[in-house]
Design a protein around this ligand. Structure first.
Ligand SMILES: [Zn+2]
Length: 252
């Protein structure tokens, strides 16, 4: 992206005072177009007509903000017949087409160098040892602190709810799962714990969470259905998945 410069003295510059606000609207709009199209200050007549009226263009020329073909400003190049040139385009702090192109190429080259540095390097041919294995070693898992936005997976919630059912504990509501998760993250952070994955520890917390009181009527609880003749893993699993889906839907 490039920018069209409007300097901090422009508001009261005599040339601005001489032009109408409507004409200045045309000046800014075409200025933005010129900066985007990298025309180095040239405004095609077609673009002037697209963004403003002939009277506005005349006002800009009369104020000296634009030049028409045949102008006598010694500082500015001549536009083609029917086009305009923005007076002092380069001297007003606008970057030239050449400067912007060079900067973009530099930054593209910089990004490529950065990507190349990031890419894993193969050892030089002489240093390659063939130990018989074709597969490279998988990267070692990295133990890291828990992220503040960590969330249990559907499977974690499912497993915890099933275990609670087996232990005769009520299932956790969506709010209770949020609250267990918040407490869990805080504790792991406070203790400075590092882990590769957090699901297993969270399940233990969720399985053992003692809920203070039975959920209020109408709260977001998914009961573990008791099938005729006692609960089955299948009905508990279904209930747990239903809750997980509900949590997911709430997040979205
Ligand atoms: Zn000029």
């Amino acid at each position: 992206m490039s920018y069209f410069a409007v300097d901090d003295g422009a508001h009261s510059h005599p040339k601005f005072m001489a032009a109408t606000n409507a004409a200045l609207g045309l000046w800014v709009r075409t200025g933005s177009w010129v900066a985007q199209q990298l025309t180095d200050g040239h405004v095609p007549g077609t673009v002037a007509k697209l963004y403003g009226t002939p009277a506005q263009a005349r006002s800009l020329v009369a104020a000296g903000l634009w030049h028409a073909a045949g102008h006598e400003c010694p500082r500015c190049p001549q536009p083609r017949n029917g086009d305009y040139y923005m007076h002092d385009y380069a001297a007003s702090g606008n970057k030239s087409r050449a400067e912007i192109k060079a900067r973009r190429e530099q930054s593209a080259a910089g990004s490529k160098r950065h990507r190349d540095r990031q890419a894993p390097k193969a050892p030089p041919p002489g240093e390659q040892l063939d130990l018989g294995g074709d597969e490279p070693d998988p990267p070692a898992p990295v133990r890291a602190p828990i992220r503040p936005d960590w969330q249990p997976t559907r499977e974690d919630i499912h497993a915890a709810q099933v275990a609670r059912g087996d232990a005769g504990l009520p299932p956790l509501t969506a709010d209770q799962i949020d609250s267990v998760t918040t407490k869990f993250i805080r504790r792991q952070t406070d203790d400075g714990r590092l882990a590769v994955a957090w699901g297993g520890r969270w399940r233990e917390w969720a399985e053992n969470e003692r809920t203070a009181s039975p959920p209020a009527p109408g709260s977001n609880v998914v009961p573990l259905a008791r099938a005729a003749g006692g609960s089955t893993a299948d009905t508990r699993a279904a209930a747990a998945f239903q809750l997980a889906a509900q949590l997911e839907a709430e997040e979205n």
